[in-house]
Design a protein around this ligand. Structure first.
Ligand code: ACM
Ligand code: ZN
Length: 540
């Protein structure tokens, strides 16, 4: 059985085996040498030697340029005598190397004398162009190593986008040179609500951290080598508390406040309804443009995310600046004031060669700029997203039920993630506007890499297969069979994951876990899983 996650588009098993040993020669056409070197680094790691690089296509393993292949696709033909990989880009050839890694199971072998590869012919290319994971570092800051580890795992599964949620109420995590207080003030909070949405228990430990621009550049470069584009997110006009704590003039009433320690998607309910940028003041736009100038200079990718979700409008209703703009621009209401705001930012970004992304709430206003991409997250059906697609616009799907990986497995189980199809959520038209899919990890209740990994794995593997593999090739039972053979690789790298006995809980257990998560203890499922892991470890 060919054990690959994500499953390729086409696989034909052949007879025999190819053996990679110290005498296997390696060749690459000029524009595929990065992939060649990446394969050689893998061989060196597992076998302790490098393969000799030659200039003849008759090599044991050859990377050959073929312009007809999809830009992220490849073909891999392994016979007893040689292996030929064809691709039209480094990205596709790099993905062939990831497949080779999984096929040889080299990640499981230490000091191997040789690696073997079952003879096979594979034709592969992705279903969606955007295959994304969102990491929230505003609620908890993890740092360079954790991000690099995640990027490595993403690349191994042919995921090509990291949506990096860098700012929110609870923290601002990116250095902006023109506004130093964003990190001097906005990156530090005095405590954290730690237990659950319905439990306001506070841990009064200082939580702080941010990325310098130099570190951001290092991460962007690291990601680029793994064929991963980073979409930075600067959430606005709401989820803006850390910025307002640093610069009170960004709010309607110059509110003096600390960086919020209580989590909550709808701040009005939590008594922090003033945490929204004033869209009536020119100074707010100047600030945002300045921030975006620095952000765009750091991230070479085509997209910038501005959030735009969960914006309470109470402050705007009372603000003379905001009301003046509504009147002067002939806007119907505060919703359309947000639309006006979004359009100004979208046009600004467009002039800088970027497309703006916002969560689907941005569609509540009329007359949006056509360049805007909506990201559909809400649990509830949003006809506006369906209409947006129908009228030829672009959308990324991160539906809560399937793709919110911070939820318990009891609530968003592995099978639901794996069996995601747009049609199941009433998305039946304008399908070519679906740029891709995203698994999102919000981190209100996640403060360590172990916990982060527990939420991610093995749901990340499911996301990768939904985003890569054609619908007709996907089958949950078959996925689980491959996953079982795959999990030792996570063990080998000491990556925590949810035990398979817990990935699809039903019945009373499901209901009580969800209730516990929301009301009392968001860590209960994780703690149970960790005790199962411990018991397994000590069992003889
Ligand atoms: C979101 O979860 N507020 C996008
Ligand atoms: Zn205002």
């Amino acid at each position: 059985m060919i054990n690959l996650i994500p499953k390729p588009k086409f696989v034909e098993e052949k007879f025999g085996e190819f053996v990679i040993n110290g005498e296997t020669t390696l060749y690459a056409d000029d524009n595929l040498t990065f992939a060649r070197d990446s394969l050689n680094a893998f061989v060196e790691e597992t076998c302790g030697y490098k393969l000799p690089v030659v200039v003849s296509k008759q090599a044991g393993i050859a990377f050959v340029y073929d312009r007809h292949i999809h830009k992220e696709g490849y073909t891999l033909s392994a016979d007893v005598d040689n292996v030929v990989i064809k691709a039209s880009s480094e990205a596709g050839a790099f993905y062939a190397v990831q497949s080779l890694r999984q096929l040889t199971r080299g990640d499981l072998i230490e000091n191997a004398e040789f690696l073997t590869l079952h003879a096979v012919y594979i034709e592969d290319e992705p279903r969606y162009n955007v295959r994304s994971i969102m990491l929230d570092e505003a609620r908890h800051f993890f740092g360079m190593d954790v991000v690099k580890n995640l990027l490595d795992m993403m690349a191994y599964h042919k995921l090509n986008t990291l949506h990096w949620h860098l700012t929110d109420n609870e923290g601002w995590r990116i250095e902006i040179k023109k506004y130093p207080l964003l990190t001097e003030v906005g990156a530090i909070r005095k405590g954290t609500q730690t237990m659950a949405w319905g439990n306001q228990c506070i841990d009064w430990t200082l939580h702080e951290g941010y990325y310098t621009q130099q570190e951001i550049k290092e991460i962007v470069q690291y990601a680029e080598r793994l064929n991963i584009t980073i979409i930075p997110e600067i959430d606005m006009p709401a989820h803006f508390g850390a910025a307002i704590a640093a610069y009170p003039w960004l709010s309607c009433r110059d509110v003096e406040m600390d960086v919020p320690i209580i989590h909550g998607g709808t701040p009005e309910k939590n008594g922090i309804g003033h945490v929204i940028a004033c869209t009536g003041k020119e100074s707010t736009f100047r600030f945002i443009y300045d921030v975006l100038d620095e952000v765009c200079a750091l991230f070479p990718g085509p997209y910038v995310h501005i959030g735009g979700d969960e914006a309470p409008k109470g402050e705007w209703k009372k603000c003379p600046h905001c009301q003046k703009v509504i009147e002067e621009m002939g806007l119907k209401d505060e919703e359309n004031l947000q639309g006006y705001f979004n359009n100004k930012i979208a046009v600004y970004l467009k002039r800088k060669g970027k497309r703006m992304i916002g969560w689907n709430e941005i569609l509540t206003s009329k007359k949006l700029d056509n360049s805007i991409i909506a990201e559909y997250w809400t649990h509830k059906r949003d006809m506006k997203v369906e209409n947006y697609l129908l009228s030829g616009h672009d959308v990324i799907l991160a539906k809560h039920q399937a793709f919110y990986l911070d939820m318990t497995y009891a609530q968003n189980n592995l099978k639901t993630t794996y069996e995601f199809e747009p049609e199941k959520y009433n998305i039946t038209a304008g399908l070519k506007g679906i740029l891709g899919l995203e698994g999102a990890v919000w981190t209100e209740w996640i403060s360590t890499e172990e916990r982060l990994n527990f939420q991610l794995y093995p749901r990340l593997q499911a996301v990768s297969e939904v985003a890569w593999t054609p619908k007709e090739n996907r089958n949950y039972k078959d996925f689980m069979e491959r996953l079982k053979k795959y999990l030792p690789i996570l063990d080998r790298y000491d990556v925590v994951y949810c035990p398979l006995s817990m990935v699809n809980q039903g019945g009373l257990k499901k209901l009580s876990t969800i209730n516990e998560f929301n009301k009392r203890n968001a860590h209960a499922e994780y703690n149970r899983a960790m005790s199962i892991r411990k018991r397994k470890k000590y069992r003889v």
